[in-house]
Design a binder for this molecule. Structure first.
Ligand code: SF4
Length: 369
């Protein structure tokens, strides 16, 4: 079936489209969740939230206070444009994909210099900003200015492909074009903010990946997948690349209260720091402290954390690109990726436990003595 037939089989006339939009907007007005970025129409705050939420769950952004801390530190375009890059990366620490933070800062510079501090309101201008794609442009323009511009993210893909009973793999360019076309035809001229928020929220809370709650769905009467009992098997996805396993060895070297860190290389990681990496041969001179897995893009990495043994403890010095930092205050450490921050916090726990045991042992000996 062509995409036009799919669409027409659900939305045979304009009145069906209007009813669908109204049901979704009414449902969102009563059931929509309140988030800090939904309580504002400031394009700056909305763009910050959209970039944060690209790779991170809403619950994580809220629970760990990423958004509120960012807005408190950089409340507007001017404060972000003037900030030092390490300060910006530090505030983004834990969210990953640090180019998003750099792009946000570049955008702030453009808004201040080229747009006199006012965010542009045309799609062409917004999409030309660094790191802003079709989804993000639509989100900011509809949420901040109520513009009738569609958005398509994972939630919208799920909802639309189920409503239209779309059996093509959704992760191909031609399916993507079809889904954008449908989203465009369904976005109302007025109230696009509530409509776009509503479709996304429906995908998050009711039309979930597994076990969609069709009985509670405000638009179930329009949904072909529901009528055909196909909700659980849609959308279909083409198999993606296999996960590749990698091993990584990293050193925790502490002298007094200082820790040795290495600056990352490559344009994507510029400005970030990490635990110094060891080759397999070098790691033979150190002792394994602990290990854990982390995932990045299509890689699953087994990170082995090594510490010096008595023989290697004094021989390692800072090499070019490495420096010593005060370990006591994590806020003063330079920006680091999540796996290395996780390793450091685990190391701190182990170190405190060992110090505690050593103190107890000292007390015991004193009492015996
Ligand atoms: S009826 Fe079910 S499958 Fe269809 S849109 Fe609603 S929740 Fe999703």
């Amino acid at each position: 079936m062509s995409e036009v037939c799919h669409f027409n089989s659900v939305f045979s006339n304009l009145s069906r489209v209007n009813k669908f939009q109204k049901r979704l907007i009414d449902w969102f007005d009563t059931e929509g969740k309140s988030y800090p970025w939904r309580e504002t129409s400031d394009p700056y705050a909305i763009l910050v939230s959209e970039l944060m939420l690209q790779q991170t769950q809403i619950a994580t952004v809220l629970r760990r206070g990423y958004f509120t801390r960012w807005i408190a530190k950089f409340p507007d375009w001017a404060s972000l444009a003037e900030a030092e890059e390490p300060e910006v990366l530090k505030m983004w620490e834990g969210l990953g994909y640090y180019n998003r933070a750099r792009n946000l800062q570049k955008t702030a510079g453009i808004i201040v210099d080229a747009f006199e501090g006012r965010f542009p309101e045309t799609y062409e201008e917004v999409i030309s900003l660094p790191g802003v794609g079709r989804y993000t442009a639509g989100a900011v323009l509809s949420f901040a200015f109520g513009k009738s511009i569609p958005i398509v993210d994972g939630n919208v893909i799920r909802v639309l492909s189920r409503i239209m009973a779309f059996h093509e793999p959704v992760n191909t360019p031609s399916s993507s074009a079809t889904l954008w076309e449908w989203a465009e035809r369904l976005t109302p001229r007025k109230n696009a903010r509530a409509y776009n928020s509503g479709v996304m929220e429906l995908g998050q809370t009711i039309c979930r990946k597994s076990s969609p709650d069709c009985e509670a769905c405000p638009v179930s009467q329009f949904c072909l997948a529901n009528q055909r009992g196909e909700s659980a098997v849609l959308p279909v996805k083409k198999a993606t690349e296999k996960v590749t396993r990698l091993n990584e060895n990293a050193l925790i070297l502490v002298r007094g209260e200082k820790i040795l860190l290495a600056e990352e290389s490559g344009s994507r990681r510029k400005g970030m720091w990490r635990l110094p990496e060891l080759t397999s041969e070098e790691s033979a001179d150190f002792e394994e402290c602990f290990r854990f897995d982390y995932a990045i893009t299509r890689y699953k990495v087994n990170l082995r954390i090594l510490t010096p043994n008595p023989a290697s403890a004094g021989s390692r010095v800072a090499e070019p690109g490495e420096a010593w930092f005060d370990l006591r205050d994590s806020e003063k450490l330079p920006p680091m990726g999540s796996p290395y921050r996780k390793a450091l916090s685990k190391y701190r726990e182990i170190r405190e436990e060992l110090l505690f045991q050593a103190e107890n042992e000292g007390d015991r000996k004193q009492k015996i003595g």
